[in-house]
Design a protein around this ligand. Structure first.
Ligand SMILES: [Fe+2]
Length: 384
């Protein structure tokens, strides 16, 4: 048997109203001048107001600062600008509030906080990232799970593609999962971000890397999404469903330290080239990719089906896969996630560039089955 290393992430405060504990926790971490990183859309939300109230009015001893310039698909310039705001205000920590984009920018801003001019494309040339300032992650969506992840996905200046910065030092010191903060998330975004969490669980569970802890977490994550996402979609004020989705999203991201697969390799170029929301891109590709994988590895989705509460333990491999894929198809349709890429502005002209970037994306290297350039072309055509 191979020797493997496991690790387990972050201190997480969970529950409605958990945000109230933030000031006490900041004191415990000796944080006095945090930079809040967010995006322009969040400034008018209840979630931002709650955070602002919780951090309180600025005074001489205690203060907090705001950088709210994060783009929907974050750019290296966002990270540069956030780090400049950090330096200009002599901050001592980063609090990120928002979806995956502010969280990823907040994480990465610490890399540049004390190194103006550093290029993120040379991130992997730097062996030692210890001593980064503390990071507190407060998600307002339930999907990306970036709050418990050790990576940050940023479109790099050097390549104009999404680059994955991966390092344990990027992890948050503290995560606050407060369902009050996701209450205002509109149904469409609730569905799309939730589909990202589902995809993380399905792809990480079926990726062939040895990591039984992640496998268990992924299956429970699927069960939670299946239970809670339709409820959160129908009634945004269902705090039980909102909370379960936050937990499922965090679990999905813990599970995918194992790795991801072909769906994410399709979703990444759909965002960088066509500007699709990441969760939506996953949702629109998931079923076609599941069919593709199961044709080459029958029985792959049996236990995913069990996690979806399907009675598939005793059927044939083909029946188990078919039932599971049928369930996921219906599940996504019930969330309005059964549209084609064309309906979201993707054109046949985009195909070559999408395929080229998908092939180069690292996620499919750990897919359940190998994926060729022609396979990608066929998959994009199916969902176009
Ligand atoms: Fe994702």
């Amino acid at each position: 048997m191979h020797r493997v290393t496991f690790s387990f992430p972050t201190t997480t405060l969970f529950g409605a109203g958990a945000l109230e504990e933030l000031p006490r926790r900041l004191d415990g971490l000796r944080i006095q001048r945090p930079l809040v990183v967010s995006d322009p859309g969040l400034l008018n939300t209840d979630a931002f107001q709650l955070l602002a109230q919780t951090l309180g009015l600025k005074d001489q001893d205690k203060s907090w600062f705001l950088f709210s310039g994060v783009h929907a698909n974050p750019l290296e310039q966002d990270v540069v600008d956030a780090a400049a705001a950090f330096r200009a205000n002599n901050c001592d920590a980063v609090i990120a509030l928002g979806g995956g984009s502010p969280l990823d920018v907040g994480k990465a801003a610490r890399l540049l906080a004390r190194r103006p001019g550093f290029k993120l494309s040379t991130f992997y040339d730097e062996p030692n990232w210890s001593g980064l300032v503390p990071f507190v992650a407060i998600p307002t969506t339930a999907g990306t799970g970036s709050e418990v992840g050790r990576s940050s996905v940023i479109t790099l200046d050097a390549t104009r593609r999404k680059g994955v910065l991966f390092h344990p030092e990027l992890m948050a010191k503290l995560v606050i999962l407060d369902p009050e903060l996701t209450r205002g998330l509109p149904p469409k975004l609730t569905a799309a971000t939730g589909a990202d969490a589902l995809t993380h669980c399905v792809e990480s569970f079926t990726c062939p890397v040895f990591h039984p802890l992640c496998d268990g977490i992924a299956l429970e994550g699927i069960r939670l999404v299946v239970d809670a996402l339709p409820r959160a979609f129908r009634d945004g004020n269902d705090l039980d469903a909102r909370g379960k989705m936050q937990v499922a999203a965090a679990m999905g991201a813990v599970a995918f330290q194992k790795d991801l697969g072909v769906v994410h390799s399709m979703a990444h170029p759909l965002s960088t080239i066509c500007g699709l929301h990441h969760g939506l891109a996953n949702a629109l590709c998931l079923v076609a990719c599941m069919r593709f994988c199961t044709e080459r590895k029958p029985g792959l989705y049996r236990r995913v089906g069990v996690a979806c509460a399907l009675d598939v333990m005793k059927c044939s491999d083909a029946e188990a896969d078919q039932a599971t894929i049928g369930f996921i198809t219906q599940f996504l349709a019930g969330l309005g996630l059964n549209t084609s890429l064309r309906e979201h502005g993707v054109k046949p002209d985009h195909l070559d560039a999408l395929v080229a970037q998908a092939v180069e994306d690292p996620c499919h290297k750990t897919n359940a089955v190998p994926v060729t350039r022609e396979d990608f072309r066929g998959l994009f055509l199916q969902v176009l």
